[in-house]
Design a protein around this ligand. Structure first.
Ligand SMILES: [Zn+2]
Ligand SMILES: [Zn+2]
Length: 334
C-alpha cells in the first residue's frame, strides 16, 4: 500500500510507493565516464581557472590536493553592492528585484581526474571537508553574507557541467526559504518538547534501526522516513552542533570516512553514480541555535522530478527508505 508521509524538518509531504519499482538499476542507465580526457580542474591546467583563493596539500607529492577557485561563470557577483548590509533581505525587499550580490566558488577536490567523492583518498576527502569549514569561517567573518550554500552535483543528470569531482558554494545575503522552514520547525519542536528535532529524529532512527545505513561514534547516516528520492540518505552529527564551521580538525577525518562509505554504498547498491548533496547549516547572523543540527542531504538522481512534483511540491518515491537502507547496509565495501 502506498503511504503519505511528512518530513518533520522540511514539512514536505511524500508518497512512498510499495516497492513495485524493484531495484533502482531499472530507473536509469549507468553513466558513461570520460576519465581519460584532461580538463580545467586537472593538475597542470591551473591557468584555465581563475587564480586559487586557497589550496590544501595532503603531502602526497602533487602541487596541491584540494584547490578553491572563484567560479568562472558565477551566478552572483561580489562586485555588486550588498543590498542591505546586516539587515534581513526578505523583510526589506518587499518583492522588488535586488542586485545579484554574492560569492560563487568552486572546490576542486583532487588533482586527479575522478568523478565521485567516493573516489577520493581519505586524506583528500578530509581536506574537502576542511575547505568547506574554512570557507564558511572566512565568509562568516566577511560580514556581508548571511548564508552559504555548499553543494555538489555528480553526473550530467544531477546538473554537473564538468565531470572532475568538485563542490560549489554560493554565499548569499539572505537565508533561503528551505533553511528558514527547517529552523522554524526545529524551534517549534524545541519550544514544546525542550529537545532538538534532529537529535530526536536521530535517536528514534538509532532505536528503531530500520533506516540506519551507517554510524560511527560521532556521526550517523540514515534514509529519512519521508525520503523524496530512492536511496536518499542524510548524514548528521550525533552531538549538538548547529554550525558546520564550528567543527574541529580532529572530527573531520571521521566525517570524511562515513561520507565516503555512504556514497560508495549508494553507488554499489544502485550501480549508478549520479547524485547531489548539500549541506544545511545554521545561518551566520544568529548565535548557534541549540535546537538545530547541521546535516548533509544526499540525493541520488535515479528518478526524474516530473509534473506531479513540480505541481504539488509533494514527491512520489517508488522505493521505501526501509528497503533502501537494507540494500545500503548490505552494500559495504570496506
Ligand atoms: Zn579533470
Ligand atoms: Zn535539511
Amino acid at each position: 500500500m502506498p503511504e503519505y508521509r511528512q518530513d518533520p524538518l522540511s514539512r514536505r509531504w511524500v508518497i512512498i510507493g510499495s516497492d513495485r519499482a524493484g531495484r533502482p538499476n531499472e530507473f536509469v542507465e549507468a553513466t558513461t565516464r570520460h576519465t581519460a580526457q584532461p580538463c580545467p580542474f586537472c593538475a597542470g591546467h591551473e591557468t584555465e581557472t581563475p587564480p586559487a583563493i586557497a589550496t590544501y596539500d595532503a603531502g602526497l607529492g602533487g602541487p596541491w590536493s584540494v584547490r578553491v577557485v572563484p567560479n568562472k561563470f558565477p551566478a552572483v557577483l561580489a562586485e555588486e553592492v550588498p543590498p542591505f548590509p546586516g539587515a534581513a533581505l526578505e523583510s526589506q525587499s518587499e518583492g522588488h528585484p535586488l542586485p545579484g550580490f554574492g560569492k560563487h566558488e568552486v572546490i576542486i577536490e583532487t588533482p586527479r581526474h575522478v568523478a565521485s567523492f567516493s573516489e577520493l583518498t581519505p586524506a583528500e576527502a578530509t581536506l574537502v571537508l576542511r575547505a568547506y569549514r574554512d570557507r564558511l569561517r572566512i565568509l562568516k567573518a566577511d560580514g556581508r553574507f548571511r548564508y552559504v550554500q555548499i553543494f555538489k552535483n555528480v553526473g550530467a543528470a544531477a546538473g554537473a557541467s564538468l565531470e572532475h569531482v568538485h563542490s560549489q558554494l554560493i554565499a548569499l545575503p539572505g537565508v533561503p526559504e528551505v533553511i528558514r522552514q527547517e529552523l522554524q520547525s526545529s524551534l517549534d519542536f524545541f519550544q514544546t518538547r525542550q529537545k532538538s528535532l534532529l537529535e530526536s529524529m536521530i535517536d528514534s532512527e538509532l532505536d528503531a534501526d530500520l533506516r540506519v545505513v551507517a554510524a560511527t561514534s560521532r556521526y550517523v547516516a540514515w534514509c529519512p522516513a519521508a525520503s523524496r528520492f530512492p536511496y536518499e540518505t542524510w548524514l548528521a552529527p550525533r552531538f549538538a552542533q548547529a554550525n558546520f564551521e564550528n567543527g574541529e580538525d580532529g572530527e573531520l577525518g571521521e566525517l570524511a570516512g562515513i561520507a565516503r562509505d555512504v556514497i560508495d554504498r549508494i553507488e554499489r547498491a544502485t550501480g549508478v553514480s549520479t547524485y547531489n548533496y548539500y549541506l544545511h547549516t545554521a545561518p551566520f547572523d544568529r548565535s548557534a541555535p541549540e535546537h538545530y543540527h547541521w546535516h548533509f542531504e544526499i540525493a541520488p538522481r535515479l528518478t526524474k522530478v516530473a509534473g506531479f512534483e513540480w505541481g504539488t511540491g509533494c514527491y512520489i518515491n517508488p522505493c521505501p527508505p526501509e528497503t533502501a537502507a537494507a540494500h545500503l547496509r548490505g552494500a559495504a565495501n570496506r
